[in-house]
Design a protein around this ligand. Structure first.
Ligand SMILES: Cc1cc2nc3c(=O)[nH]c(=O)nc-3n(C[C@H](O)[C@H](O)[C@H](O)COP(=O)(O)O)c2cc1C
Length: 156
C-alpha cells in the first residue's frame, strides 16, 4: 500500500486539526498515512514514503520557522525525493495562508515533487481561517482524498 507522511507544526491546535482531518481522508481513500509534529519527525522518514504533505500556521505570510528549518535540513536528501507526491496546507487568523502554502510548495517543487492543483476547490492546498469550520473541514477532506487518489495512481 502506498504511504504518505504528513508533517506539521501547530502552536494553538488549528493546523493540527487540519492535519488530522487530512490524515483521516487519506486513510479512508486506501493510502497508509503517518501524521507527525515536525518536532517528532526524523528527516530519514522522508525517504520511506510516496507522498509528503507539510502543514504550517501562517506566520507573517509564510511558514513557521520550525517548518522552514525542517525543509532546509532536508537538503541532506536533495535528489532523493524526486518524483514523490507533495502537498501543503495552512491556517491563518485572517489571511496570508495562500502565500504560506505556495512557499512550502516551492520547496517541494525544488525537491522534484509532483503537485496537483485543484480547479474546483482551494487551488493550491487546504487553507483555513483559524480552527476549521464545517465548510473548511470539507476542503481538508477533499484535499486529502485527491492527494490519496494521485498517490494511488502513481504508486499502486
Ligand atoms: C508569529 C505569528 C505570526 C502570525 N502571522 C499571521 C499572518 O501573517 N496572517 C494571519 O492571518 N495570521 C497570522 N498569525 C495567526 C496564525 O496564523 C493563526 O492563529 C493560526 O491559526 C495558528 O495556527 P495553529 O493553531 O496551528 O498554531 C500569526 C501568528 C503568530 C504567532
Amino acid at each position: 500500500m502506498p504511504k504518505v507522511l504528513i508533517i506539521y507544526y501547530s502552536r494553538t491546535g488549528n493546523t493540527e486539526r487540519m492535519a488530522n482531518i487530512i490524515a483521516d481522508a487519506i486513510k479512508e481513500n486506501g493510502v497508509e498515512v503517518a501524521c507527525k509534529k515536525v518536532e517528532n519527525t526524523d528527516l530519514k522518514e522522508l525517504l520511506d514514503v510516496d507522498g509528503v504533505v507539510i502543514g504550517s500556521p501562517t506566520y507573517y505570510g509564510s511558514m513557521a520557522a520550525e517548518i522552514k528549518k525542517f525543509i532546509d535540513d532536508s537538503v541532506k536528501y536533495h535528489g532523493k525525493l524526486d518524483g514523490k507526491v507533495g502537498g501543503a496546507f495552512s491556517s491563518a487568523a485572517i489571511t496570508g495562508h495562500e502565500t504560506t502554502v505556495m512557499s512550502i510548495l516551492e520547496a517541494l517543487l525544488i525537491h522534484g515533487m509532483i503537485i496537483q492543483g485543484d480547479s474546483g476547490g482551494q487551488h493550491y492546498g487546504a487553507t483555513t481561517v483559524g480552527k476549521p469550520d464545517k465548510n473548511e473541514e470539507k476542503w481538508c477532506q477533499r484535499f486529502g482524498r485527491r492527494l490519496a487518489e494521485l498517490v494511488k495512481l502513481i504508486f499502486s
